[in-house]
Structure formats: C-alpha cells, structure tokens
Design a protein around this ligand. Structure first.
Ligand code: ADP
Ligand code: ZN
Ligand code: ZN
Length: 675
C-alpha cells in the first residue's frame, strides 16, 4: 500500500520528532489535512513532503484514520513558510503547522467540512457600492507610491518611514488597491486589532464589493474558521489581522503590509515564539511578493537593514495638512518647589491642561501602570502586599477593592487591617491610572475625566464605547496606559503628557530605551492631528532626568539621531542587530533545579564554537504561580552559526532533562524581545 509522510503535533524535542509514516490507499498530496493514529489516540496531521534524506518507510504501517479531502491542500508556499519557521524557531513542523491553523478545523469530519465549504462558495461578495471619493495624495504619498509601482522594487522589503499623521494608511490602501486590481490578495498585519477598528472600517469603506476578513484571537472559533477558509479558498481579497494572520493561507497573495512594524506584540510570547514581522519579510521574499513595513519609529533591526541597503526606505516627513509636530516640553521635576503633599502634576502642566479644557480641546495623560497603586504597605510592621505565589507585588485596585497579582491573576479582597500585625492603617504606595484619575477629578472638578486601560476596557464593547466618547468630545482628559498611544486618530487632542516615564530609563533590558522612545513618539503623535490645531499641540514629559539623550532626541523629533546613538551602543556591546540571541528558559518548582538544568546545558554548549553562553540568571519576575524561572542567553555574531549550534544542541537537552527531576519545562526563544 502507498504511504504518506505526516507532520503531527509532537514538539520537535520530544521523543517522537519529525515526520511519521502512515499507509494510505488514496494518494494524498502534500498539504492535505488528515487524522492519524498515534499511540492509542487519533491526532490531526498534515501530509508533508518526505525529506530527501529520510530512510524509507517500514513495510508495516498503520493506516490513516481519515483524510479531509474536501479541503483544498495547503499550498507549497504555505508549507515552505511553516518549514522555515519551524526550523528557525526550533520547533516541530507539525507542532507549528497545527498551532497556526484554526482550532475548529480539527473538530470537523470531511462531510461537515464539505458542507461548510459549499456554503462559503455560494457566499456573495458585498454589493458594490459607489467607490468612495479618494483623497488627493500628498506629494510624499505620491512619491512613495510611485516608487512602490516601479518594477523590481519589491525585491527588497520597503520601509515606509512616515511620521505620525503623515498618512501611511492611505499608502497601504493604494498599494492594496493595486494588488487587488492585479487579481491578487493583500495581507495587512496590525499589532492589536481591537485597538484599530478604525483601520478595518477604512479598508471596508475603501473597498466596497470586496470581501474583507479579519484574523485575530478575539474572534469566536467559528468566525476564525470561516475567515480562514475564505482566505484559503482565495475568496477573501483582503485579510486584516494580528500576528497569527502571518500564517494565513492565501493562494493569490500579492502584498504584505506590516503596520507599526516595531511593535513588540508582533512577537509571539509562547509556544513557537515567532516574530510575525520577520516571518512576513521571509514570506514576501519567498513568494516574490512586496512587503511594506510601516512605522514612525522603526525597530533598530529594520533600521540597520536600511543602513545596509537591504531594505528600501521611503520617507514621509510631513503631516497631512502641513501641521507641525507637537512641541516637546520637559518638566524638570528636580526644580519644582518641595511640598509635603504628593505632587500629582507639575503646576505648569496642570495650567496647560486647564487651558485646553477652557478651549474645548482634549488632553491625554500617559501612565504606564494600571490599578490604583502598585503596592499596599503597613507603616507599623513593614508588611507589603506581596503575592504568595509570585515574586511580585499585588496591585491595589480601589474600584473593586481588590489586591490583584498581574502575573498569576490571584485576586482577593483588600484586607481591612494588616494581615501581619492587625494595624488598621495600611496605605497605598505609588500611583496607577485609577489613582491618577481620582486625583485629577479633585484637581479639575469641572472636567470630564476618562480612563483607558486593560481594566476599563475588559467588558464586551467597552473599548469601542470609550473611544467613541473621546471622538465625540465627551471626555476632556483621558488617563491611560500605553493603550492610549496606539494609532487612534483623535482629532481634538492638543496635549499629551507622559506623567512618569522615568522607570523605563534604567532597566537592565537593552531594548528599554528603544521601546520608550517609540512609545513617547507614538504618544506625541496623538496630539495635533487636526492641522488647524497642530501649531499649539504639545507633548509634556515629567522627568527627574531631563538631560537623558532619549528626551533630547524626542525634543528634536529626531528618530535618526536616536537610532544612530542606540546602534552605536549595540554594536559596541555586541547586541542585536549586530549579534543573534537565543534565550533558553527553564521552569521548575525550585530555582536550584532550573539552574541545574541550565548549567548542564551550558556545559554541553562548550563543545560548539562561535557562540557565547552566559551564566543562568533569574528573569525580572523570577517566580510566577509558584514556578521558579531561570534563563540563559546564548549569543553569536553570526545568525547562521547560532542556528546550526541550536539545531545540534537543543536535541541533546532531552537527555539532560531526564536527569533533573522537578524540571517542569524548558523552551528556547529565538531573537527574544524581553531579556
Ligand atoms: P499615520 O498612520 O501616518 O499616522 P494616518 O494614515 O492615520 O497617518 O493619516 C492621518 C490623517 O490624515 C487621517 O485622518 C487620514 O484620513 C488623513 N489623510 C491621509 N492621507 C490624506 C490625504 N492625501 N489627503 C487628506 N487627508 C489624508
Ligand atoms: Zn503590619
Ligand atoms: Zn501572583
């Protein structure tokens, strides 16, 4: 009987790895979804090309349980993407492939699937309304689109480096229109789709009569399956999604856009820790499809590739309507007169906000910490609201009177008295968004003060409701976390303030300055989006370190200078993008066990040349939900050397693992973002 090689969902480093062989009476082409027996269970799998160097399959094979032949097989480009991603991120092919397919697929049998496909095939595209008027392009938009339309230009990824408000979205829309006109599909990746319903609406409005689908984790399983199928069948012309959409199967793919390409949320943080941005670049290159990366503050990796000529940069330096960039004003907190009371906002900043309120304009206050206060404290015995299961404080949420751990989720009612000594006088230390909102309500009794953070937007539709209130002018001052900074096109905001950004200046993570700079630039970009008000728009920063180079660059809106300084530091320190990193993580009930595993792994690593293995260290939050975590960095100046080393070294760690009782899991993170 003929046989097929099948990728099943076993991790690469488990005892069963690679492809398994099964007998099949039917010839099943690669990319066919099926179910096969594994041990005593039936598991989903995908027919895959047998590797050229694989030994011939044994004569006795178990038969395939079920082949889902109603579904057109996943194409060669898609399989190539999965093969690459699995190899690069050191995962099993089947593990990765099945993790990125809609989970519903594995629940259906062939008949059910055929029925769905039939229903989708008869789906009508929305009726073609009149083409909406398209705005006249700015000179810079037109220039960028001219270059994009030049034959051959798409052989390199293109960085659309446009300041906030320069109209990058219009460039995406036109580039997508061109792809659609060629009969191709366009894939648009955004960092957080729930924060950008505006984008979805703009695409839907621009392309009446075209089928647009979204792919993100907030969809119901049935919606996700439907949308994925429409993309896979080639019915959907536009796919808009978050990082998981980079794996959408699109047989007519003709354009990939990655908006806010620098955003950390393009990196998956569990399982196969892939970078959707990097995979988008690979996918575009492999399929010969143009890739457009958009940002006002590109990642330093992307910027370095521009410097090397590997990516093409298309600049857009002017805001639409010619409005000025907001003036950046630093408040030197050292110079404020001392008071005994807690200082909420510096007096000149408060006055500037009051001016806005009087003029009917809006202000945004950025404070990257949710809850009321990061910790509760007893003055009598020094008790603090630590989490019993994590090496972290539990955050005081005043609105629902709880102490919440933001790491393990533990939530308890606030104790009435100190749990250690019974003292009734326990008090919050520090300040989160809830407290800032409360304080502002006292300082500005006439103002309407809103709050936008993960807590205020948890309920169904709450986020849209709150954004709508801001757009409608029902809010004078909006307090919030970094959610505030992302992409919103608020037209009445003329003041943005970072209330306390200093915390990010001195962390040990070498990417912290890059991230802070991007966040502040993006936040600043929320002010003065209406050109008529741009001239009086301001970005305020309260800091104890006003001479820090980040703020100097921010003041000049000088991304290039900031990037050059950062890249020089990275080069001197041998850090990305001048070196490649992998982070080996180990979780155990005790830190000793986790470290023991990493030490032995480190000893084995000494056999490989060209890599440096650093000593195991605990991450910033070392214990989460009673699990102790340790990590170990592996670095090489050469990506290829590191990849080869990992491919040989990681499989050795399975044997190591069995010698460390109590080790819960280990995993590797390639190109880690947080260290
Ligand atoms: P960015 O993403 O670069 O920050 P947007 O794409 O959000 O900027 O554009 C900013 C604003 O300018 C939006 O309200 C958009 O509708 C408008 N806009 C973009 N291009 C044009 C144009 N050519 N003419 C008029 N308005 C435009
Ligand atoms: Zn006490
Ligand atoms: Zn906890």
């Amino acid at each position: 009987m003929p046989s097929v090689a099948v990728a099943v969902e076993t991790p690469r480093h488990s005892s069963v790895s690679g492809l398994l062989d099964y007998a099949s009476e039917q010839t099943l082409p690669p990319g066919t979804l099926l179910r096969v027996p594994l041990g005593r269970r039936d598991v989903p799998g995908l027919v895959w090309e047998r590797r050229a160097d694989a030994p011939p399959p044994p004569a006795e094979l178990r038969p395939v349980t079920l082949a889902l032949t109603a579904l057109p097989p996943l194409g060669a480009d898609w399989r190539a993407l999965v093969d690459f991603a699995a190899a690069y991120y050191q995962r099993g092919v089947g593990e990765l492939a099945l993790a990125v397919l809609p989970p519903e697929l594995r629940k259906l049998d062939d008949t059910q699937l055929a029925r769905r496909l039939k229903r989708l095939a008869s789906l009508q595209a929305p009726p073609a309304a009149a083409e909406p008027p398209r705005p006249e392009l700015s000179e810079e938009q037109a220039a960028a689109l001219d270059v994009l339309a030049t034959p051959g230009v798409a052989s390199r990824p293109v960085l659309l480096h446009g300041v906030t408000g320069s109209g990058k979205t219009e460039v995406y829309l036109r580039a997508a229109a061109a792809a659609l006109a060629r009969g191709e599909q366009a894939l648009v990746l955004v960092p957080e789709i729930n924060l950008t319903p505006q984008l979805e609406a703009r695409f839907a409005e621009r392309f009446p009569g075209r089928l647009l689908v979204s792919l993100h984790s907030a969809l119901t399983p049935a919606q996700r399956l439907r949308n994925w199928l429409l993309a896979h069948l080639g019915r959907a012309d536009l796919v808009l999604g978050t990082r998981l959409a980079v794996f959408a199967s699109m047989p007519r793919l003709g354009l990939i856009v990655v908006d806010e390409e620098h955003d950390p949320s393009f990196k998956q943080q569990e399982g196969a820790r892939y970078s959707a941005r990097d995979l988008a670049v690979w996918r575009g290159h492999h399929a010969g499809v143009p890739v457009l990366l958009g940002s006002a503050t590109p990642s330093l990796e992307t910027w370095q590739r521009v410097q090397e000529g590997r990516y093409l940069r298309l600049p857009m330096t002017q805001r639409i309507g010619g409005g000025a960039m907001p003036r950046v004003r630093l408040v030197d907190m050292n110079l404020l007169p001392k008071t005994n009371e807690e200082r909420v906002l510096a007096p000149p900043l408060l006055a500037a906000i009051e001016e806005r309120i009087a003029r009917g304009e809006q202000s945004l206050l950025l404070l990257n910490r949710r809850g009321y206060a990061p910790v509760l404290h007893c003055g009598a015995c020094a008790w603090k609201s630590g989490c019993p299961h994590c090496s972290a404080w539990r955050v005081f949420h005043k609105l629902d009177r709880t102490l919440k751990c933001h790491h393990c989720g533990l939530s308890e009612r606030v104790p009435r008295a100190c749990p250690d000594c019974g003292n009734l006088d326990i008090s919050p230390i520090g300040r989160g968004t809830e407290k800032l909102q409360e304080q502002l309500a006292q300082l500005l009794p006439q103002a309407r003060i809103g709050r936008l953070d993960a807590d205020s937007t948890r309920g169904e539709g709450q986020l849209q409701q709150q954004l709508q209130a801001v757009h409608a002018g029902d809010v004078d001052v909006l307090v919030g976390t970094q959610m505030l900074a992302k992409g919103h096109d608020f037209r009445r905001v003329t003041l943005v303030a970072a209330v306390n950004p200093d915390g990010a200046l001195f962390t040990s993570d070498f990417r912290a300055p890059e991230r802070l700079f991007a966040l502040l630039m993006q936040a600043a970009g929320r002010a003065g989006r209406d050109a008529a008000q741009a001239a009086r728009s301001e970005m305020w920063i309260q800091t104890w370190h006003p001479t820090h180079p980040i703020f100097t660059a921010l003041r000049a809106h000088d991304y290039a200078a900031f990037a050059a300084a950062q890249l020089a530091e990275r080069q001197a320190a041998g850090l990305p993008p001048f070196a490649s990193l992998a982070l080996l993580r180990a979780d155990a009930r005790s830190a000793e066990v986790a470290a023991g595993f990493l030490h032995e792994a480190s000893a084995l690593a000494q056999a490989y040349a060209g890599v440096t293995v650093f000593p195991p260290v605990p991450p910033f939050v070392s214990k989460v939900a009673d699990v102790e975590r340790m990590q170990m960095l592996v670095e090489s100046p050469s990506r290829v050397t590191l990849q080869r080393m990992l491919a040989a070294w990681l499989p050795e760690l399975n044997a190591v693992r069995s010698r460390h009782k109590g080790l819960l899991r280990w995993a590797v993170d390639i190109d880690p973002l947080a260290i």
